[in-house]
Design a protein around this ligand. Structure first.
Ligand SMILES: *Cc1c(COP(=O)(O)O)cnc(C)c1O
Length: 396
């Protein structure tokens, strides 16, 4: 892309209803937010437990600033690894029931770290086609053969595993898919990983804090946690409400990452005060299971309404409840109708999702009230779903 070509390329994106812009929030994260100057009831965040503005976390961060200052000052290996990071890693490992954990500034860098440290030239990665973009980037950067299998299609995965010669194999999946809300078949994936002696890498950005007892997708099946082929990654900016990520597994794995992962080594450590807020988040995740039950009730309430009204709701048990509309223009129309009704629900379009599968991505949180869910249901009721079904049949 040359400088003189950018304007035309942006115009082309706008013509395809694909131009992105960033809505500006003027309030903390929560169900009620001010966006671009107007007040909305929002179903847009990944703050599934409502922790992003939780007083205990905010206090922990303030105390952390008082104790540690605002910056970490250096990378972990040089002089930036504070006792707060160390404590967070130990607490995460203990909570997850795994020998060791390593924290990162973001899930994106954690994905780059794990994949590029475990596979390289001569190896192969097997990735679900709707995996998160950061996992795909990690696979490309690793220089391993990059094989993508059809979404949750284990037969396709097995045929690729069987036909791809590789020194080391790694299967990488989102445990909960970020734009679909459905889950990877973890037990069956583990069986395949064992059969082909492959690593099984679980990106649990949307499961940690939410799934099971809060320990996430790792505990969806008893064989996963502590299995020598399983590597687990959780992000701390979604349900945990703060920022960052952790990779958990054996002590050797963590030591290997510390020694080889470029996105761990060549970056400044997260501020220690952020680690303190993450420690407080972990306590809330452990001690307030009622947040998860609230969320479960909201999910059931919305899905029941959707089933009765035949909305094109995706098959999801998680707080991510997409309504698949198909055409980019139609999904933008729907989101605009909802905004007029005072609701902020993001329209997700390609390339974030496959062509022709543009959708409203409703995300529910424990901070929503039942009345909020009912307002959403009433607003969705005003959308002409017949019309959107007709447009879905047309090319995007
Ligand atoms: C958000 C997300 C990431 C990236 O995590 P960040 O901490 O936001 O960088 C990775 N994987 C999945 C599945 C995600 O949804």
């Amino acid at each position: 892309m040359q400088a003189r070509q950018i304007a035309a390329a942006l115009n082309a994106l706008a013509d395809e209803h694909r131009l992105r812009r960033r809505p500006v929030l003027d309030t903390p994260q929560g169900p009620s937010v001010t966006i671009d100057g107007a007040r909305y009831l929002a179903f847009a965040s990944n703050d599934y437990l409502g922790l992003a503005n939780h007083p205990a976390l905010a206090e922990a961060m303030r105390d952390g600033v008082a104790r540690w200052g605002v910056g970490s000052g250096a990378s972990h290996l040089v002089a930036g690894h504070h006792a707060a990071h160390e404590a967070l890693e130990q607490e995460l490992a203990a909570w997850l029931g795994l020998p060791a954990a390593l924290t990162f500034g973001s899930g994106y860098s954690a994905n780059l770290a794990v994949v590029t440290s475990l596979v390289g030239r001569g190896d192969a990665v097997f990735a679900d086609r709707v995996n998160h973009a950061s996992l795909n980037d990690a696979c490309l950067l690793s220089r391993a053969a990059f094989k993508r299998f059809r979404h949750n299609d284990l037969e396709h995965l097995e045929s690729l595993l069987a036909s791809t010669p590789a020194a080391t194999r790694l299967i990488a999946v989102d445990a909960v898919y970020s734009m679909d809300g459905d889950e990877a078949p973890l037990y069956d994936l583990l069986t395949l990983a064992e059969r082909y002696d492959a690593w099984l890498y679980l990106d649990d950005a949307h499961g940690f804090g939410v799934q099971g007892d809060g320990r996430g997708s790792l505990y969806e099946h008893p064989r996963l946690a502590g299995h020598p082929l399983v590597v687990y990654m959780a992000t701390l900016g979604k349900a945990a409400g703060v920022a960052g990520a952790c990779v958990a597994g054996s002590a050797e794995l963590v030591q290997w990452l510390v020694n080889t992962a470029r996105s761990y080594i060549y970056t400044t450590a997260q501020p220690p005060a952020v680690a303190e807020a993450c420690r407080a988040a972990l306590k809330v995740i452990e001690n307030e299971p009622e947040r998860r039950s609230t969320l479960t009730n909201h999910i059931a309430r919305l899905r029941e309404a959707g089933r009765a009204r035949l909305w094109p709701l995706a098959a999801s048990r998680t707080p991510i409840q997409p309504i698949i509309i198909g055409c980019n223009e139609a999904v933008l129309d729907c989101a605009a109708r909802l905004r007029e009704a005072g609701l902020w629900v993001p329209a997700i379009r390609p390339p974030t999702v496959p062509e022709g599968s543009a959708r409203l991505r409703v995300s529910l949180t424990a901070a929503h009230q039942e009345a909020d869910i009912d307002r959403l249901i009433d607003a969705l009721d005003c959308i002409d779903w017949e019309e959107s079904r007709r447009r879905r049949a047309l090319p995007a």
